[in-house]
Design a protein around this ligand. Structure first.
Ligand code: AMP
Length: 112
């Protein structure tokens, strides 16, 4: 079980900000911005690059929900960034697909 599966199962605590039947959103334990929330599907998908078209409805759900959550978190006007890390060069550390919702400060580009 990944750490995110344990959070979904309530085996370890997290600062949960949203939940529905398909996904869970909680604050990142090492925030990289004033607002840093992770949105994870309850169904385990390791990473974006292994998704298939069978996952399209769930991926669409996550993306629309990420926008809704950013608005709910007060980021719509100032702006925000959605990040998905894949693999070592992408910076992935937890092999359970997750969207980072980052905001509350001006984010630099290109990313580090
Ligand atoms: P990534 O590096 O894209 O795989 O993102 C994994 C994220 O999970 C990192 O930003 C970590 O800070 C975060 N993280 C790891 N463990 C926890 C936890 N127990 N609760 C909340 N966030 C976590």
């Amino acid at each position: 079980m990944t750490i995110f599966e344990k959070i979904i199962a309530r085996e370890i605590p997290a600062d949960i900000v949203f939940e529905d039947d398909q996904c869970l959103a909680f604050r990142d334990i090492h925030p990289q911005a004033p607002v840093h929330v992770l949105l994870v599907p309850k169904r385990v998908i390791p990473r974006l690059g292994v998704c298939t078209w069978d996952d399209a409805t769930l991926l669409g759900h996550l993306l629309v929900k990420a926008g809704e959550l950013a608005t709910m978190l007060g980021l719509a006007e100032s702006g925000f960034r959605i990040v998905i890390n894949h693999g070592a060069n992408g910076g992935e550390t937890v092999p359970h697909l997750h969207l980072h919702i980052l905001g509350g400060r001006a984010l630099t580009w290109p990313p580090g």
